[in-house]
Design a protein around this ligand. Sequence first.
Ligand code: BGC
Length: 464
Amino acid sequence: MAFELIIFIVFLVIIVVLLPLIFHLKYPELRWRWSDVDFKTITFPRNFMWGTATAAHQVEGDCINNWSEFEKKSRADGTPNIKGNQISGIACDHWNRYSDDINLIRDIGVRYYRFSVEWSKIEPQMGAYNQDALNHYSDVIDKLIDKGITPVITLHHFTHPLWFDQLGAFEKEENIKYLIAFSKKVFSEYSEKVKYWCTINEPAVVATQGYFTGIFPPGKQNIKLTCIVLKNLLEAHVQIYNEIKKMKNGLESQIGIVKNINHFDPWRRYHIFDWALALFSNYIFNKSSINFFKKGEFRVWIPGIAWVHHKNKSACNANDYFGLNYYSHNHVKFHLFSKEFFELKFHSDDTMTDMPYTVYGEGIYRAIKEVSVLSLPIIITENGVADMHDEIRSDYINKYLYATMKSIQHGYNVIGYFYWSLMDNFEWAFGYDMKFGLYAVDFKNQKRELRRGSQAFVEIVNKK
Ligand code: BGC
C-alpha cells in the first residue's frame, strides 16, 4: 500500500510540477526589450514584395453569399450575428471604385495587391458563370498591371455562393469538387497575367469560427464538424493546387495556402491545466495543419468527441510558398469547475488593439519560425492593426516589421509582407467598427484618406 502511495505521489509530482517546468523551458514566451530597439535600423532586401490586401466581401459591396445571409440573422440568445446589426451592404464600393483605389496603392509605393475574387458573383448558379463578373476582375488585373502593381488572387476568402452553402459547404468532402471547378475556371481566365495565387484564406478560422465559436457562418457549435471542415478545407487546397498546376501556366505560377497562426500561451506557466489547454489549442489551430503539409497526414483525436484522420501524401508538395497571416497572441486559462472551461486572458500592461488582440511584435517572429519547418518561402499575406484613433498604428507597424526583418537576418526565408488592409472595411462579425485601413474610409461619402500612422509603413516600403 505504502509503495503504491509513493508511486502515486511520484506520478503526481511529475504531472503537476515536472511537466509544466519542461514545457516552460521548451516553449518560452518570447519577450524583447522594445525600449532598446531603434526602428530607424529597419531595412529589407531590395526585391522584397511589399503589398497590401483586401477581400471581396469586405470591400466590394453588393455580395449575395453565405455571409450576407448570416448578417441578417441573430444567434439563439437574440444577439445579432454582426455587432449592432450591421450589414456589409455596399461596403467600400470597391467594385465601382477599384480604379481610384488602385491609384491609392500606387501612391504609397506599394507594388503588390492581394485581393479575392467573389465566387458568388462569378458563379451565382452552379456551373453558370457570369461574364460581366469575369470581365470585371479582368479589368482590375489590367489596371493593376498598368500601374506597375502585381496582382495576387485569393480564390476563397471566407465567402461562397448560397447554392454551395445549401449543399452543406465544406461539411462534406464531396463538395470540394465545386471549389475546384470554380478555381480552374478562374485560373484559366487570368493565369496568363497573374502569377501569384492564394487558394483558401485561413482554413482554421473558417472552421473554428464557423463551427466552434459560431461567430462566423453557419454559426454552429460542433467540435466534430470543426475538425471535419478543417480537414476538408486543407484537402481542398491540395486538390486545387494539384489541378491548377497541371493547367496551362500552372508550372510558372506560385500557388500557396494562406494560414493564420494564432498563438496560445498558458495564463499560468506553472499550471498543468493551462498548459494542456494551450498545447491543445495550438495543436488544433496551428500544428494539425502544418503537420498535414509536412507529413501528408491530418490527425485530430478528441476522446469521445472527434477522431479525424486523413492522409494525402501529395499535401507535402502542395505549396510553392506559404502565406502567413498573423494577428493574435492569446493567454488561455482553464476553468476546472465551469462549463466555460476556456478563458482568454490579457495582462493589464498589454497594449490592446481595438480587436481583442494585444500588440506582440515578437509573435510574428515566432509564427515565421513555426511555419519555417515546411522549408517554403514565406509571404506574410496579412498583418495589420485595428486602431480607430490611430494611436498605436505606427508603433505596431514598426514592431512587426522589425520582427520580420530580424527573422530574415536570422535566416528565415520571408520574401514579402502585405499590410491588412488597404482601407477600412467590413470586419466580419465586428462590422465597420474595426479600422484596419492604411486609408481611413468615411462610409458616408466613400472618401479615402491616408492615416498618419500609416506613414511608418510608407517610409519603410520606400526606403532606399
Ligand atoms: C482575415 C481578414 C480579416 C483580418 C482582420 C484575417 O483573419 O483574413 O479577412 O479582416 O483577419 O481580422
